[in-house]
Design a protein around this ligand. Structure first.
Ligand code: X8Z
Ligand code: ZN
Length: 642
């Protein structure tokens, strides 16, 4: 805080307490905040819901207006909260101090220049809208594809290197590339706003949600704990994919081309499960086919998730949830399809917005989203300012913890989604762990690097001209994936990932990956499970449910180590449970890979094309031989007839 800032604050304290005849006590102020903040948060959330479930110019304008009102309110509350915090004559309890500190921490709402505030809201709208409306026309005659479901399905199912590459590049041309200038302006405006509060930059503000000065070091250490496992998974997948696509599309640097991993961002590899399944004749746990066979509907998928939570002592979804949620993509309007959960800050109004498809992955995403809703419903009696996860990673981890239990073969069999087989042996077990690793282990470096990139951008270390280059430096270095086509400075590939235009921090997903295995282990211990960790299904166990709920009840009323301790007895994030869970797979992969693992830190110079020269010559040679043989046969036939 500058001296001028201090002087103004001191004067305001003086004025406020000397002349405000109807002076509010801190308790009265907090009660008023509760009433007013609920109303304003609800109208803001309604406006946001409208714009995301129906992207129109009017709805976007209404959202900008609601955002400005929210900021104005936040600024007024911030000023008052600071007066209480800075007045040494007022006795505040530790809890009141925590609440007031949070009320004063208003982020980008601190911007007092209304034009800038408005511009900032508009830029966010525009980036989100470019992303949500983007379409790729692969062939002039064909229908153009949106990300969801078109391109996503194509990335899942096509094995044609050229088509995959065109879809991969097309998506980046139509989304990220079109918002680079908007993003550059967004960075400047965001930084300027939070600097008013004394933060160094927007990344510094985002990190403050973890209430520790060592977040960057902490996540770096956790990443190192898991890196060997990722490296082994990467090597195995690379070898198996070479057998599918031919080694010629793989650069000699050891990277995997980013477009063949079954996902637009190579962050989730579950869709290439069939190609990399270690034991081909043994069962795996993708239940998509079984769900289709049994005629699963979206509603039934949500009910399946609801039932698991209920078995642990959580409530069912509310009537408002079923009435107001958007569970499928509407046909008549543009929407933001990326799944999200909503606490509307009003009685029992909790919602999910999702363009659900009937498949295994979406069933797990439903558990993820319902985890958010259950968290929100569990802490609903807390003051509004505490109605958040203990840290953002906690919010992301709840549903995924449940999904670990749901996906055990035992549970899937119990709910009739997996055929009961006679034998469950070590090979089936490795198949199962592989499928789980393609989901979570594969995701670790991506979830780690997205904010490494954004923190560096917000800090000013990465300038607009090198946005894309630094992005790919990180992708190549941490994920070991490389672009299938040449990238240039005018490309903006980070913007092709939802959370970048949507202004959603990403390190939360990395933190969540670590935490969910800690939570899972704690729930299994509470349930008295003594088998290998990855076999544990805590379905309907009241002790596991009670443990989880008692942690969630705290919301963000206490620093997160307190919440973690409540559930696990530990105050630190620790990747050991994750490592323990995947131990049998790690041993298997090490044996299979031998010395064949790793990649160079730098990206390869040039992406190998889908078909190489040798292959092209082979095709030409085969075609020539075939047509010659055909001509000879025809000639012989004609001679024989004459
Ligand atoms: O964005 C999400 C959720 C909503 S919080 C669907 N996830 C990340 C992503 O899609 O990139 C869940 C996993 C990671
Ligand atoms: Zn989430």
């Amino acid at each position: 805080m500058t001296d001028a800032h201090r002087l103004v604050t001191a004067l305001m304290i003086l004025l406020f307490f000397k002349y405000d005849s109807a002076q509010e006590t801190s308790t009265e102020f907090l009660a008023r905040f509760e009433r007013e903040a609920k109303a304003i948060r609800n109208s803001w959330a309604e406006a946001d819901w409208k714009r995301q479930t129906n992207i129109t110019t009017e709805n976007q304008a209404a959202f900008v207006k609601a955002s400005l009102e929210y900021s104005k309110f936040s600024q007024a509350m911030e000023k008052k909260a600071r007066l209480y915090l800075q007045n040494k004559n007022i006795d505040l309890t530790a809890d009141q101090r925590r609440q007031l500190t949070k009320i004063a921490d208003i982020g980008t709402s601190a911007q007092t220049d209304v034009e800038k505030l408005e511009r900032y809201a508009k830029i966010k709208n525009d980036m989100a809208s470019i992303y949500s409306k983007a379409e790729v026309c692969l062939d002039s005659g064909e229908k153009c594809l949106q990300l969801d479901p078109g391109l996503t399905e194509l990335l899942h199912s096509s094995r044609d290197c050229k088509i995959l590459s065109a879809a991969w590049q097309g998506w980046r041309d139509q989304s990220g590339k079109k918002m680079k200038d908007l993003f550059t302006e967004y960075v400047q405006l965001g930084n300027e706003a939070v600097q008013i509060l004394g933060y160094k930059d927007m990344g510094d503000y985002w990190k403050s949600a973890y209430e520790t000065p060592t977040l960057e070091e902490d996540v770096a250490k956790l990443f190192e704990q898991i890196r060997p496992l990722y490296e082994q998974l990467h090597a195995y997948v690379r070898r198996r994919l070479k057998a599918v696509y031919g080694a010629h599309i793989f650069p000699s640097s050891g990277h995997i081309p980013a477009h063949i991993l079954g996902n637009m961002w190579s962050q989730d590899w579950t869709r290439i499960g069939e190609h990399v399944k270690p034991f081909k004749d043994k069962q795996s746990v993708d239940v998509t086919d079984e769900m289709t066979k049994q005629g699963y509907t979206t509603k039934r998928m949500f009910e399946t998730a609801e039932e698991f939570f209920y078995s642990l002592g959580f409530p069912n979804m509310t009537e408002t949830f079923w009435r107001e949620s958007m569970l499928e993509r509407p046909k008549d309007r543009d929407v933001v399809c990326h799944a999200s959960a909503w606490d509307m800050a009003k009685e029992d109004d909790f919602r999910i917005k999702m363009c659900t498809k009937v498949n295994h992955q979406d069933l797990m995403t439903i558990h993820h989203e319902m985890g958010h809703v259950q968290y929100d419903m569990t802490y609903t009696d807390l003051p509004l300012i505490y109605r958040f996860g203990a840290n953002p990673g906690f919010q992301e981890a709840v549903g995924d913890t449940i999904a670990l239990s749901v996906q055990t073969p035992q549970h899937l069999k119990a709910i009739g989604l997996l055929q009961a087989e006679d034998s469950y042996d070590e090979e089936t077990d490795i198949n199962f762990l592989m499928q789980m690793a393609l989901d979570s282990v594969a995701f670790l470096p991506f979830s780690y690097l997205v904010d490494q990139w954004r923190w560096s951008v917000f800090r000013g270390d990465t300038k607009p001209e090198s946005y894309n280059e630094v992005w790919w430096d990180l992708r190549c270095r941490f994920q070991g994936v490389s672009p299938p086509v040449k990238r240039r400075a005018e490309d903006f590939d980070p913007g092709a990932k939802y959370h970048v235009p949507a202004n959603v921090p990403y390190i939360r997903y990395f933190v969540s990956l670590v935490l969910q295995f800690q939570f899972y282990k704690a729930a299994c211990v509470a349930a008295g499970d003594t088998g290998p960790l990855h076999h544990c299904d805590f379905y309907s166990n009241p002790d596991a449910g009670h443990k989880l709920r008692s942690m969630l009840k705290l919301g963000s009323s206490k620093p997160w180590p307190d919440a973690l301790e409540q559930m696990t007895g530990q105050r630190e994030m620790d990747a050991q449970p994750l490592v323990e869970y995947f131990q049998p797979l790690f041993q298997f992969l090490k044996k299979e890979n031998g010395e064949d693992h790793g990649w160079t830190e730098d990206c390869p110079d040039n992406p190998p094309p889908c078909s190489n020269t040798a292959q092209r010559w082979r095709i030409r040679y085969t075609t020539a031989v075939l047509s010659l043989s055909l001509s000879l046969i025809t000639a012989r036939f004609l001679i024989a007839r004459t």
